[in-house]
Design a protein around this ligand. Structure first.
Ligand SMILES: C[S@@+](CC[C@H](N)C(=O)[O-])C[C@H]1O[C@@H](n2cnc3c(N)ncnc32)[C@H](O)[C@@H]1O
Length: 224
């Protein structure tokens, strides 16, 4: 099963990166791009809400697949203007690791070159037509409280709550709520009760929605 390994990663089923630190894959072993579209874009009612100046924030940048899926949606939607994408990441991957991981998704890999070139050169602010992405490096429990921005839509994409509890704690969910614009939203693949309760306490009207693939439920919500 294991095709090889690099610093902190092992590769399963060819090109699916699995974190050795968290013992969890970066995206679904089935179809990560379809899951991104279902959970994070669909769960936040995107691309319908796209507008100039719209801000997306993400917990867990990983391979940048969610960012690229958002960029593809923006392009396919004929979007005019610029959106902001801020992603919080504690353990950034190397450009070669990201390149290898994205090869599993030809549609995303086909448009990844400008991102990969900037990332390989050490940039953590990535500029793509219509999208300015900033990747904030560090433990999110420190970097998110220090962030001065507010998002219109959140992608909550830590590893599973059982394996990566620091990405789902009540204090952090309160920070997500505090860094959300009025009427802003979140979406996540998990339906874990303690995460849903924490997001409710953070000011979101939380609902359960059909999950992707074998997952029965996901969660989404709007902050009033
Ligand atoms: C499921 S992966 C994210 C996948 C990503 N959204 C993508 O499109 O590839 C979870 C990410 O959360 C990061 N992470 C885990 N704990 C963290 C922490 N305490 N602070 C910041 N990032 C963390 C991991 O390094 C990993 O990149």
């Amino acid at each position: 099963m294991t095709a090889g390994s690099t610093s902190g990663l092992e590769w399963k089923e060819g090109d699916v990166p699995v974190s050795l630190r968290f013992d969890d894959p970066y995206f679904s072993l089935g179809n990560g791009l379809a899951e991104t579209r279902h959970v994070f874009l669909g769960g936040n009612d995107l691309p319908a809400r796209f507008r100039d100046g719209f801000g997306i924030a993400e917990l867990g940048f990983g391979t940048g697949l969610n960012m690229l899926a958002t960029w593809i949606a923006l392009r396919d939607h004929g979007f005019q203007g610029e959106m902001n994408y801020t992603s919080f990441e504690g353990y950034p991957l190397e450009a070669e690791e990201i390149d290898r991981a994205l090869r599993a998704f030809p549609e995303a890999h086909a448009v990844a070159a400008p991102f990969l070139e900037q990332w390989a050169a050490g940039a953590r602010v990535i500029t793509l037509p219509g999208l300015r992405a900033e990747i904030v490096i560090g433990d999110v429990r420190e970097t998110l409280p220090a962030w001065s921005g507010r998002a219109d839509a959140w992608y909550l994409d830590g590893f599973s709550p059982a394996k990566n509890p620091e990405m789902w704690g009540a204090d952090l969910m309160a920070e997500v709520g505090a860094h959300t614009a009025p009427g802003g939203s979140f979406a996540t693949y998990t339906a874990a009760g303690h995460v849903r309760r924490a997001l409710g306490e953070a000011g979101f009207a939380v609902e359960r929605a059909p999950g992707f693939g074998y997952k029965r439920h996901m969660s989404r919500g709007v902050r009033s």
